[in-house]
Design a protein around this ligand. Structure first.
Ligand code: DQA
Length: 147
C-alpha cells in the first residue's frame, strides 16, 4: 500500500542547509532510504517536497483517497500553518510528524506545532533516521488495523 512522505519548505536544501543542525544527507538520500524501507515492508511511497503551502495541502487531499498513512515534516509550516492542520484533520489513517532536529532544544517559536494537534506520533531530533522510524510506525499501525 501507499505511504505519503511530505516535506515542507527549505528541505530541498537538506545536506547544504545548516549541516550542523540538519546533517549532510540530502533529501534525495532520504528519499532513496525511505523507498528501500517501504519496499522491504511491502509498501510503496510517494515522496514530495515543496516550498509552497498549498502544494502540501493538495498532496494531503490526494492522500485521502490513496494512502494508508502520511509521514510529514512540515518544516517551518509546522509552527505557522492552521491550513495544513485542517487538511490533516480530513485524513483518517495514521499521521506521523517528523523533525530532523530536536525542535525542543531550539528557539521557543519551534516548540509549538499546529500539526502535533493531529499527529498520532511525533519524532524530533533523531536526524534523518526519523523518517525511517515513522514509516515503520505507519506500517505497524496499518498492520494492526487490518482486518
Ligand atoms: C524542521 C524544524 C523546523 O523548525 C524548521 O523550520 C525546519 C526543519 C526539522 O526537520 O528539524 O525547516 O522541521
Amino acid at each position: 500500500s501507499l505511504i505519503f512522505v511530505l516535506n515542507g519548505p527549505n528541505l530541498n536544501l537538506l545536506g547544504k542547509r545548516q549541516p550542523h543542525i540538519y546533517g549532510t544527507e540530502t533529501l534525495a538520500d532520504v528519499e532513496r532510504d525511505c523507498r528501500a524501507l517501504a519496499t522491504e515492508l511491502g509498501h510503496e511511497i510517494r515522496f514530495h517536497q515543496s516550498n509552497r503551502e498549498y502544494e502540501i495541502i493538495d498532496w494531503i487531499h490526494e492522500a485521502r483517497e490513496a494512502a494508508i498513512g502520511i509521514v510529514v515534516n512540515p518544516a517551518a509550516f509546522t509552527h505557522t500553518s492552521v491550513a495544513i492542520l485542517d487538511a490533516l484533520n480530513t485524513f483518517e489513517p495514521p499521521v506521523i510528524e517528523v523533525h530532523i532536529s530536536n525542535v525542543h532544544k531550539r528557539e521557543a517559536f519551534r516548540h509549538h506545532s499546529y500539526v502535533s494537534l493531529r499527529a498520532d506520533g511525533v519524532i524530533a531530533g533523531l536526524g534523518t533516521q526519523g523518517y525511517q522510524l515513522a514509516i515503520r510506525r505507519v506500517a505497524a499501525l496499518h498492520a494492526a488495523a487490518a482486518p
